[in-house]
Design a protein around this ligand. Structure first.
Ligand code: G3I
Length: 304
């Protein structure tokens, strides 16, 4: 197979990209997206500030455009994200207690219902754990009670019973880290108590602070052994040349080694599309040419 999407499909996986609705007007960008990728994740268009800018007033235009683009081309859509501590609109930041809880769950219900049947998997909750100490991150959502995460998953399941429901986070790639262990314990608890969770997303932004860990495959297989799928949800690798290509290759090999690693999403198309303010973290250069990292990914996907 000559493309990432086709090669991944031959291995029963999806290969996706984080996309921005505004760039769907850029023909070079769209040309690569449509040729190479079998899944899309809107980078920002489904977030709370975009979809509910005023309380109870929903706005789906840009997100719908991404979904329509994907559906017209047979690409899957990952929903990102229903609840996140960051990027909250002012109206939400001003609420507390039961009123906040109600608004939070209403948001989950309304957005999941709008996209019912169109989103393969949702990041229901993103980044709810603190970077250190194995604790929950302090946030307005967390201050409504420890059970806010499971309440969100139950609301999402009710609104779109066909979507896979994921917990998503960064810095959960190294099996030895306290943060990974804390997320693992939550997922195990959810599975034991019947809280509806189907998948875990490992963002996998590998760079200065977070190197690719040797234990990555162990992390993937350990989550999978709990009975959830694992998705590499926002992959990028700071660096260049052979070293960067080697990391990308290992990530793909690790995913292919774990049956329940169902897909890989890179967080952007070309280096110039990346959220990172500098560097060359993606698979295509600014001119749209495939890099050594691309060749390494394709080779890993097609090996054996
Ligand atoms: O759309 C406006 C544009 O009109 C304006 O001219 C421009 C000026 O700065 O800003 C544009 O909005 C920016 C948006 O990206 C689109 O480019 C926002 O300021 C900027 O904050 C936003 O950054 C996004 C970031 O999340 C914060 O929401 C990145 O694109 C997105 O890649 C990044 O994604 C996150 C995941 O959701 C969670 N995991 C980490 C990941 C990387 O930070």
């Amino acid at each position: 197979p000559a493309t990432l999407g086709a090669a991944a499909a031959a291995k029963g996986r999806t290969f996706g990209a984080g996309v921005t609705a505004a760039k769907l007007a850029d023909s070079a960008y769209v040309g690569i997206l449509d040729r190479e990728f079998s899944s899309v994740t809107p980078e920002n268009e489904m977030k709370l500030d975009a979809t509910e800018p005023q309380r109870g007033q929903f706005s789906f235009g840009p997100a719908d455009r991404v979904v329509q683009h994907a559906q017209a081309r047979g690409m899957k859509v990952r929903g990102h994200s229903l609840l996140w501590h960051s990027g909250q609109p002012g109206w939400l930041q001003s609420l507390t207690g039961p009123v906040l809880r109600e608004a939070m769950l209403n948001h989950v219900t309304q957005v999941a219902a709008h996209f019912r049947g169109q989103v393969v998997s949702w990041d229901v909750v993103d980044e709810a754990f603190a970077d250190t100490g194995g604790r929950r991150r302090d946030s307005n959502f967390q201050r409504t009670g420890d059970d806010w995460i499971e309440a969100a998953f139950r609301a999402a399941r009710a609104a779109d019973p066909g979507a896979k429901l994921c917990y998503n986070d960064y810095n959960v790639e190294d099996w030895a880290s306290q943060k990974t262990q804390a997320v693992y314990a939550m997922v195990r608890d959810f599975k034991q108590r019947g809280v509806p969770i189907d998948c875990v997303g490992l963002q996998s932004h590998f760079g200065f602070g977070i190197p690719y860990p040797a234990s990555y495959r162990t992390t993937l297989s350990s989550f999978a052994a709990l009975g959830v799928d694992v998705e590499i949800s926002q992959l990028d690798v700071v660096g260049s040349g052979a070293e960067q290509a080697g990391t990308y290759r290992r990530v793909v090999e690790d995913c292919l080694a774990v049956a329940r690693c169902t897909g890989i999403t890179v967080w952007g198309v070309r280096d110039t599309d990346s959220w990172r303010s500098s560097g060359t973290p993606l698979l295509f250069d600014g001119a749209g040419n495939p890099k050594a990292a691309y060749d390494a990914v394709l080779a890993a996907l097609t090996s054996r």
